[in-house]
Design a protein around this ligand. Structure first.
Ligand code: GSH
Length: 342
């Protein structure tokens, strides 16, 4: 918990690392409640950020949006422009949320689950709640926090203990789906990602490590920041090593398939209108984000024989929060995919 003025100053410094000011402090869902309360650092393309934005839309809450570019690029002069989420003041802000999350990430697993892999200090999303003075990291925790502090109906976290337990299991299933591995990795014979994604991913790890190494050099006097960048390098270097590893890439697919088969069974046995309750819960939003991303990557074949999942996805796609914060924002921010039509 931090004093409001101190937290606001940290937010302001983190915002300075975002190049185009048109992406900074934009009030989203302006008709919604809680104006001026939530400050979100996120990225349009990031599936973890999509979970949070869908939650805010579903709860009808406004927020101050700081939309970051999370992939670095090499300028015409050959100089590397680092991803905005590596900027020292953003990482310092994010590290304020570390106390409640435990250790930093130390290795690559293809999964971005914090409980499994540790906290990535240079990732999005990060939520600042100016009313409680908290910096909240990790998309699942952020969404639970938002739902808990917004009063009123349309709660996304069920009160019933059994439904709650089931919802938490579903959030974990999405969290353990190896999305980063599937987006960044090269499958040996069935890589359906858009050509521009393949191109970007062929040098992404080297660029990340180069940027982080330069940031360590420039911030050598800040031990906490250096440790954060070192943790991030350890993770990204692990990713670099398995990017073309056929066994690893096949395992990512079979892990994903097992998680989907379990979902199919849960849908088949489901007694509710939605996955965990008679109302929409976070589980539905998270699954929407996950399934849309898999579809974008050309991986809908993983559930082509699982009819409940297809019908479930069709219903999820009718939610306006999913249409705007997941489908439209994927299409607007990522290279076009033949598998995800507007
Ligand atoms: N478990 C974390 C994962 C965060 C994460 O891995 N974010 C990705 C985008 S979905 C990111 O920032 N990637 C950019 C990078 O790591 O450089 C969460 O759910 O918030």
């Amino acid at each position: 918990m931090m004093e409001r003025s101190k937290l606001k100053a940290m937010v302001q410094r983190a915002q300075e690392g975002i190049v185009e000011k048109s992406r900074v402090g934009v009030v989203r869902n302006p008709e919604g409640g809680n104006k001026g309360r939530f400050v979100l650092f996120h990225a349009a393309m990031s599936f973890c950020s999509q979970k949070v934005r869908a939650t805010l839309a579903q709860r009808g809450s406004s927020f101050d949006s700081n939309d970051m570019f999370i992939l670095g690029h090499r300028g015409a002069d050959g100089i590397l422009v680092p991803a905005e989420n590596y900027a020292p003041d953003y990482v310092r802000l994010r590290l304020q949320g570390k106390a409640s999350m435990g250790r930093l990430v130390g290795a690559y697993s293809g999964v971005s689950s914090v409980s499994n892999a540790g906290l990535d200090p240079c990732a999005v999303p990060t939520l600042v709640d100016l009313d409680t003075g908290e910096v909240v990291v990790d998309s699942s925790r952020i969404c639970v926090h938002i739902d808990a502090v917004i009063p009123g109906p349309n709660r996304l976290v069920p009160a019933d203990p059994l439904q709650l337990e089931n919802m938490q299991r579903q959030l974990e299933a999405v969290d353990l789906t190896p999305h980063p591995g599937l987006l960044y990795g090269f499958h040996p014979e069935d890589d359906r990602r858009p050509a521009a994604i393949k191109q970007a991913m062929s040098s992404v790890y080297e660029e990340k490590i180069e940027a982080l190494t330069a940031l360590i050099k420039a911030n050598g006097d800040d031990a906490e920041l250096v440790a954060a960048y070192q943790a991030k390098i350890a993770k990204e270097d692990g990713g670099r090593k398995v990017r073309y590893d056929a066994t690893f890439q096949n395992e990512l697919r079979s892990t994903t398939r097992s998680i989907l088969v379990k979902l199919e069974g849960d849908l088949r046995n489901n007694e509710f209108t939605w996955l965990c309750a008679s109302h929409v819960t976070l589980a539905d939003l998270f699954w929407a984000v996950s399934l849309v991303r898999l579809k974008y990557l050309g991986l809908a074949g993983l559930w082509s024989d699982l009819s409940q999942i297809q019908a479930y996805l069709d219903r999820l796609l009718e939610l306006p929060s999913i249409q705007s914060e997941v489908v439209a924002s994927t299409i607007a921010s990522m290279p076009p995919s033949a598998y995800l039509a507007p």
